[in-house]
Ligand binder design. Structure first.
Ligand SMILES: CCCCC/C=C\C/C=C\C/C=C\C/C=C\CCCC(=O)SCCNC(=O)CCNC(=O)[C@H](O)C(C)(C)COP(=O)(O)OP(=O)(O)OC[C@H]1O[C@@H](n2cnc3c(N)ncnc32)[C@H](O)[C@@H]1OP(=O)(O)O
Ligand SMILES: Cc1cc2nc3c(=O)[nH]c(=O)nc-3n(C[C@H](O)[C@H](O)[C@H](O)COP(=O)(O)OP(=O)(O)OC[C@H]3O[C@@H](n4cnc5c(N)ncnc54)[C@H](O)[C@@H]3O)c2cc1C
Length: 627
């Protein structure tokens, strides 16, 4: 039944203006138009095909990724796409690649930590992709502990150069995306040594490979670190290993916005805080939060559409069975994830604003909000990526057995997404940073320094005023509890930003009402999940808890007729979703059936290996077989 919309009856049930919701989701009418146009452009171009990814060998997959990246770049040039449109194009191409780190980390690091002069020299080359960059921070022995990095950058005043060196095996750079096979340059982080004194970790622009024949420059040992979790998936990325053997680079290739080394060998610090060396991480964590809503909404879209297609039990008088989306248990697992996708969208929007604000302040030498920005980006990165990774896996289970097929799109989505819990700051390590920030705030509550912004509420929490412990004392011992407190603080942020969103004018019939329902689901689901904490701290009574649960059930019933329209509002093409279970027309079974026959195993009826292994077994000739 090609061309028939099997979900039409669901779409007819919806009680709000889906087109208006699409604009809310996109962020603005302009963002919607750009996103809609570019996603369709990618979807309709066979050059961006991705349905065969899971059957390719690593080498084929990688080469195909290179081809796609080059093709994407050609498309960007040919169509004169703006920076915004080009970023959307890369997003909808939907394949992890060296370009992610080139645009997402290498360029932002130079922008944030390079001097004007350095930016003028390097950025035009990077923007035109005449050089390709990666971000080489993590080492085999040290990732989270950035101050523990072992790579050294020793200043040689005789030649006005730095000598970059990997003194041990554990100091080998290990993990950087794009480093393995593609990048020509790296921002390498190393311990600066000037005049025999260690001056902490700094970033350096280091050329890795020849721009003529791509061979590694003298003193560099560089390669790929090997296969990662999941077939296909993140293996399109060449995460790499790199060792430096006394590699010399000119002095002006140290990123010198935060601190400088003069030709006489003097180390000077600007009045900007040292933490700006970590600026690129602040930026990327913020983009990761925005990306979490994309990944979660994608999984939720698949699970919601399939839950409306899938029927199990409950047939009466020979009629159809019940759609699994009508089971309360399915709703209680699915709808909080739908609400989370929207919640993360709005907190991501807010974080983008916060980041723009802190960047503007930093440019005007106002560093007062940097600790708060660090706590918010770190905490929300941790919260949203953990919830999204768990949510994708839950969506897979919500799709039953078919969710385990690669053609559902969910295994690959999970495999690509799950490292987000680790990269750019391991999630627990980041929560400890938030906890430290909260404890610091608590310890200052009695002083004249009043908490503002996202921590202003602390003055209203009475028992916190009685806390007078030092920040460090007992921190390690209580760190597991403090991490929970950090999560609670971040959840408060998510809920309050959702509520603030609802206080704005939101046009479109019924749009605001739907968002109110989702906001209430998000908040009440949290209350339900952490009922024990709320009850044991006396924040709610058992009666409140019971009322909240009743309300939650009723909210699920309100979402039910709108569920399909709420995921349609993400405006994802079938190409981007990459899922038979989530296809727009809901025509799942014929597509699954057809796809199965395309598997390489089905290329022959009798499998390769029959004569060697199956037949000798069946004929009891195993002893004489040549295995
Ligand atoms: C295909 C999928 C793509 C999906 C992504 C989508 C979009 C993203 C776009 C582009 C990205 C591209 C691709 C994405 C894929 C992969 C990329 C992965 C790249 C990486 O994976 S790249 C390595 C990242 N590797 C880390 O992430 C290490 C984590 N480890 C740390 O980050 C620190 O090391 C820390 C904080 C744990 C320990 O620090 P510490 O406290 O023990 O000691 P330290 O001396 O370091 O800090 C002293 C004072 O600095 C403050 N402070 C710290 N950090 C700050 C910051 N960022 N800003 C402002 N202030 C900061 C503190 O709050 C303190 O402040 P105070 O003294 O006031 O309390
Ligand atoms: C797919 C992928 C892409 C990556 N891309 C890049 C890249 O482009 N560039 C780059 O430089 N790096 C990259 N990385 C590396 C990444 O940033 C690090 O893996 C990450 O920062 C975590 O550090 P780690 O591996 O040292 O973990 P570890 O710190 O060793 O974590 C191991 C465990 O120890 C715990 N732990 C660590 N410290 C503490 C503490 N103080 N208190 C309590 N518990 C603690 C953690 O919670 C975790 O459970 C990438 C990693 C992955 C997986």
């Amino acid at each position: 039944m090609e061309g028939v919309d099997h979900l039409a009856h669901e779409r007819n049930k919806s009680e709000f203006d889906v087109d208006a919701m699409k604009i809310v989701w996109a962020g603005s009418p302009h963002a919607f138009v750009v996103s809609d146009r570019i996603s369709k452009l990618v979807a309709s171009d066979p050059g961006f095909r991705k349905d065969n990814r899971s059957t390719l060998s690593r080498k084929e997959l990688f080469k195909n990724t290179l081809r796609k990246a080059a093709y994407a770049w050609k498309t960007i040039i040919d169509l004169h796409l703006s920076e915004e449109e080009a970023a959307k194009l890369r997003f909808y191409v939907d394949e992890p690649a060296f370009t992610d780190v080139h645009w997402g980390m290498f360029i932002p690091a130079i922008k944030g930590q390079g001097t004007e002069e350095q930016q003028q020299k390097w950025l035009p080359l990077a923007y035109k992709m005449q050089i390709i960059g990666c971000y080489a921070q993590t080492e085999l022995g040290h990732g989270s502990n950035v101050q523990g990095l072992e790579t050294t950058a020793t200043f040689d005043p005789q030649t006005d150069e730095f000598i970059i060196h990997s003194p041990t095996l554990t100091s080998s750079k290990w993990w950087p995306g794009g480093l393995g096979k593609v990048a020509t340059h790296a921002i390498a982080y190393a311990l600066l040594i000037v005049g025999g004194r260690e001056q902490g970790v700094h970033g350096f622009i280091v050329q890795l490979r020849s721009l003529e024949d791509h061979s590694p420059l003298p003193g560099m040992t560089v390669g790929d670190i090997g296969m990662k979790f999941g077939n296909g998936a993140y293996n399109a990325m060449d995460n790499g290993v790199l060792r430096f053997d006394h590699v010399r680079i000119p002095r002006n290739q140290m990123l010198m916005r935060v601190s400088q080394v003069t030709c006489e060998g003097k180390y000077k610090q600007s009045d900007v805080p040292r933490q700006l060396v970590y600026g690129a991480m602040l930026y990327v964590r913020q983009t990761i939060v925005a990306d979490a809503s994309c990944a979660l909404s994608r999984a939720v879209c698949i699970a919601t559409r399939y839950s409306a297609v899938r029927r199990q039990f409950g047939s009466q008088n020979g009629g159809p069975e019940t759609q699994v989306i009508d089971y309360k248990t399915q709703q209680s697992r699915l709808f909080p994830l739908l609400a989370s996708a929207y919640a993360f969208r709005f907190v991501g929007e807010w974080l983008k604003w916060l980041y723009a604000d802190v960047t503007q302040r930093l440019q005007a030498n106002d560093f007062s909000t940097l600790p708060e920005a660090h706590a918010c980006t770190a905490g929300l990165k941790s919260l949203t990526t953990t919830a999204t990774a768990d949510g994708i896996e839950e969506c897979r289970k919500l799709c039953g057995g078919h969710g385990y097929l690669c053609s559902s799109g969910l295994p690959e989505l999970f495999a690509v997404y799950v490292p987000a819990c680790t990269y750019e700051g391991e999630n627990t390590v980041l929560l400890l940073q938030v906890a430290r920030f909260l404890m610091k705030t608590v310890s200052q509550l009695g002083s004249s320094k009043k908490p503002v912004g996202t921590i202003a509420y602390m003055t209203r929490v009475e028992h916190l005023m009685q806390c007078r412990c030092g920040v460090q004392r007992g921190f390690a011992e209580l760190s597991a509890d403090l991490v929970e407190a950090a999560v609670a603080h971040c959840q408060l942020l998510v809920v309050s930003k959702f509520i603030e969103k609802l206080q704005q004018e939101i046009p479109g019939k019924g749009v605001k009402q739907q968002l109110e329902v989702l906001c209430n689901i998000y908040a009440l689901f949290l209350l339900h999940k952490h009922q024990g904490d709320f009850l044991s701290t006396g924040c709610i009574t058992p009666k409140h808890a019971a009322l909240a649960n009743d309300e939650l059930r009723s909210l699920y019933s309100q979402v039910r007729p709108n569920a399909i329209a709420l995921v349609d509002a993400f405006n994802y093409t079938d190409h981007y979703l990459g899922s038979i279970l989530g296809c727009y027309d809901g025509n799942v079974y014929p597509k699954l059936y057809e796809a199965a026959w395309k598997d390489p195993l089905n290329e022959s009826v009798v499998p390769d290996g029959y004569h060697q292994y199956i037949r000798p077994l069946l004929k009891q000739e195993i002893r004489t077989a040549r295995l």
